[in-house]
Design a protein around this ligand. Structure first.
Ligand SMILES: NC(=O)c1ccc[n+]([C@@H]2O[C@H](COP(=O)([O-])OP(=O)(O)OC[C@H]3O[C@@H](n4cnc5c(N)ncnc54)[C@H](OP(=O)(O)O)[C@@H]3O)[C@@H](O)[C@H]2O)c1
Length: 288
């Protein structure tokens, strides 16, 4: 007789919740039971995406109506995780449910947010897939190969690892005390590139450059930078005045940028100091 799959309940079923639950369902890893969001309509829509035509799942809007399950994924926005964990712990305590496994997917927050459940004997973790979940459809297709940072109880991480691996996740572990720095690093690695790109394009526009040309420069420079960073590493890929230790050029450009946009100049100066450090040059011009 086929062994029953572990059951999964979802609290929050947006981009991440739907993506993971659909992949686990489709690959026969976990069986989705109850799905809770802020409205029955959105919970039902999520369920229809996760397991179309399946009759075992239920769409709900109140935690008190949720059945016990082996695994609980709290895929709500970060600010809601703590309150949902507390409400779930209260509900589970009243029902006398056996301790289960609970996890969330925040990059910046640790499993400590699930403490009310841990206090009941549950095993808890966070599992952060390093992927931009634009939509559940797109993310489900892009997920294979996604690095997934596991953090929390050894028992919970040990259980989550094969489930993520089964849908193509590449798991690694992060210590709880490193979670915030780990996520700040992810922000540094990706989130500021669009900000700097937008600034550069505004500055080019201020010089009268047509957008068609700045788009060509964007494509050329970005591809070039990414290829060089991947092939050579950040230090050897660094070019520009900081790489040459050209303090005079940095000072002149920072002053001109300041006349155009003082906030951009502050970023230009701060990043130039870091670029000089990366290139192994002193932060100040050498004294004559
Ligand atoms: N998006 C990403 O690229 C990404 C990447 C990695 C990790 N994460 C993490 O994944 C988690 C979920 O993010 P997401 O992007 O999937 O969020 P999302 O698309 O905004 O979905 C949030 C879901 O939570 C539900 N919800 C909100 N408040 C609730 C509450 N109090 N009780 C029950 N359900 C509630 C929403 O209900 P409705 O459907 O009714 O609105 C929705 O289903 C976050 O911890 C986030 O940091 C996100």
């Amino acid at each position: 007789m086929a062994q029953a799959l572990p059951t999964l309940n979802l609290i929050g079923a947006g981009r991440v919740g739907q993506t993971l639950a659909q992949l686990w369902t489709r690959n026969g890893v976990l069986q989705v039971r109850d799905v809770l969001t802020r409205s029955i309509a959105s919970a039902q829509a999520a369920l229809d995406f996760i397991a179309p035509g399946a009759s075992s799942g239920r769409a709900l809007a109140h935690i008190a109506d949720m059945r016990a399950a082996d695994i609980w994924l709290l895929a709500v926005p970060d600010a809601q995780i703590g309150a949902c964990a507390l409400e779930l712990a209260t509900h589970a305590g009243q029902c006398g449910d056996a301790p289960a496994l609970a996890f969330h997917c925040s990059g910046a927050q640790s499993a400590a947010l699930l403490r009310p459940l841990r206090d009941l004997g549950w095993s808890v973790a966070s599992a952060h897939p390093v992927l931009s979940f634009a939509s559940p459809q797109a993310a489900a297709a892009q997920f294979p190969g996604t690095p997934c940072a596991l953090e929390g109880d050894a028992a919970a991480c040990g259980a989550l690892q094969p489930w993520f691996s089964a849908i193509g996740g590449a798991c690694f572990t992060v210590r709880s005390e490193d979670k915030v720095l780990y996520h700040a690093a992810a922000v540094l690695a990706t989130n500021f590139a669009p900000v700097l790109q937008a600034l550069a394009e505004d500055a080019w526009r201020a010089t009268g450059m047509p957008d068609t040309l700045s788009l060509r420069l964007r494509e050329r420079l970005l591809h070039n930078a990414v290829n060089n960073i991947v092939a050579l590493g950040p230090q050897r890929a660094l070019t520009g005045p900081a790489a040459r230790g050209d303090h005079a050029a940095i000072a002149l450009q920072a002053d001109v940028v300041a006349d155009w946009d003082p906030q951009a100049a502050a970023a230009y100066r701060a990043l130039s100091v870091l670029a000089l450090r990366l290139a192994g040059h002193p932060p100040e011009p050498p004294q004559a």
